[in-house]
Design a protein around this ligand. Structure first.
Ligand SMILES: [Zn+2]
Length: 226
């Protein structure tokens, strides 16, 4: 049910991603502690998502001329169908989604690049697949800004996941994505999905992104404006 608290949370998440995107443009790197509602599409909400924050922020920055080219790196375990539909006819936003092949949504969105992974992929194969595609993609798209949807639902304990990544695997993934993307463009990180009955454990898992971002920041990997 859409209660007042859900409405407030939804608006704050969208505003947070837009703010984080602008902070990333200014400082090189910024993360929201929410966001990544990638199943919401142009026609409405879906799959626990009300508004597509990356869709709104990406559209706002393109329309205002703040960026000319955007790359969405969506590593939530589910395909980013809503984002793909929103930017289907927008060549200035490239949508990349790597996800579980046997997972929601049944009807896939028109991403610019999809990679389907089998159940039980595990850390080594997952990271190897990412390393095989991301550097070339960054060269090809040459983005002014990268949205990174760092869903933690590929985790082995996730209720909806099935890709069997460990804590260390998620940490390695986030560190690799940030390091590789930051060499090319500013990065805005959003949390995406994660499903665990233990909320503290889930919050710690989502904070993998923020720990990796803090480390990248300390290493001086973010490009700051002069
Ligand atoms: Zn998900």
């Amino acid at each position: 049910p859409i209660t007042q608290s859900v409405v407030k949370r939804t608006q704050a998440a969208v505003g947070g991603t837009l703010t984080a995107a602008r902070l990333a443009l200014r400082h090189g790197l910024a993360c929201n502690t929410a966001g990544g509602s990638h199943h919401a599409g142009p026609m409405g909400g879906a799959g626990f998502c009300v508004f597509n924050d990356v869709g709104v922020a990406g559209r706002a920055l393109i329309n205002s001329g703040e960026v000319g080219q955007v790359l969405v790196v969506d590593l939530d375990v589910h395909q980013g169908d809503g984002t793909a539909f929103i930017f289907e006819h927008e060549p200035r936003v490239f949508t990349f989604s790597m996800h579980g092949e046997k997972n929601f949504p049944v009807r896939r969105g028109p991403s610019d690049l999809d990679i389907d992974l089998p159940d039980g992929t595990g850390d080594a194969a997952y990271v190897a697949r990412l390393k095989a595609v991301l550097p070339d993609l960054l060269r090809r798209v040459a983005p002014d800004l990268v949205f990174y949807i760092a869903g933690v639902d590929p985790h082995e304990s996730d209720r909806l996941g099935r890709l069997s990544l460990s804590d260390a695997g998620l940490a390695e993934r986030d560190a690799y994505v940030l390091e590789t993307c930051l060499a090319v463009a500013p990065v805005v990180g959003v949390i995406g999905g994660g499903y665990d009955h233990d909320i503290d454990r889930l919050a710690r898992r989502h904070a993998t992104l923020h720990r990796a971002a803090a480390q990248a920041w300390r290493r001086g990997l973010a490009r700051r404006e002069a």
